[in-house]
Write a protein that binds this ligand. Sequence first.
Ligand code: C5P
Length: 406
Amino acid sequence: MSDLSKRHILLGMSGGIACYKSAELCRALIKAGATVQVILTEAAAQFVTPVTLQALSGRPVYVSQWDPREPNNMAHINLSREADALVVAPASADFMAKLLHGRADDLLSLSCLARPMRRVPLILAPALNREMWQHPATQRNVAQLRADGAQVLGVGEGDQACGETGDGRMLEPEEILAELVAFFQPKTLAGQRVLVTAGPTFEPLDPVRGLTNRSSGKMGFAVAQAAREFGAEVILVAGPVHLETPRGVRRVNVETALEMQTAVQAEMNQADVFVATAAVADWRVEGGSTQKIKKAQGEPVPTLALTENPDILGQVAASARAQSGALYCVGFAAESHDLIAHAQAKRERKGVPLLVANLGPATFGRDDNALTLIDAQGVHEMPPNRKIELARQLMAEIARRLPKKT
Ligand code: C5P
């Protein structure tokens, strides 16, 4: 299953130079498994041609409400009834002003007005010059469109095609895609604050060397992304990894286990859920050198004295907040053999209600995984899947177990 499998997106473009990015968006939506029907306004067709979008979407593009290809000549009804979402990207200042008044004198605005509101969400990705974006008329229109039920995405900041710099750029295609994928996830973690640790830790020996492990951080980042998609506010404490921060997630970078412990302690009292995905190094070097340890001819090989790192999850799980049920703790266990027996023992030892077991060598660095959930009720297998899909299944399981917020 891809992120947008079985979703049909009606992709509208109004007039703006950002149309060229929406050609990429069209492609990205299709790559994510969606089918896409494109509608261009006449202004949009000045920036990109129907031929381009037909080639990318694999479907004839609509521009006019008088298009005779529809047997009943009601393209606005037919197209808007088929869709799971209507995305307008770019949404120009003029187009938003028009929508606000319920005007419908071209196929795209007509389709926005004619869509079944409760079933087909309207998602707008504005693209404007910075002065146009800041203008009180635009801000007023955006506020009213939101009040009328549209989801108006934010705008990006930076260089603009007009040569100016500021707010108003359309979000990048992958950002719009992420918003859309998130939109379709259930919001069962809304109002919850989720704290996640991810990646390895790095324990320095000296300024240039250190002890670390093979954790890529992919599972923890997927957990953070899924929690955000489910509506939670998410803080991701990440060890040294080269992964992009999931959209909408607040990231705190750390290197060592001690830094991770400090970051977690600073956040845990505001969190409702703690998911410890990080592969924290068990030991650090005692009295690491501040200078590079030099290799010298004839000198003995240095020996390393190790000392134990704090058990971050164990400490959080033992805290008054976790013990009172206000903070729900989830641990991960990466094992190489006897997965269930080791994981059950770890769940007891760490004192967590839910432990997620996976086979270490089979998961490190990969995009796929398989999970085994272990709680007081028993064992629940999640068969092999993409890490993000497993993370979403895990979030659904966590949401079910949380006490209802009053
Ligand atoms: O004991 P082990 O390292 O296998 O436990 C794994 C679980 O404990 C993971 O959830 C990991 O994030 C967490 N952990 C931790 N602090 C440590 C070691 C592990 O939070 N020092």
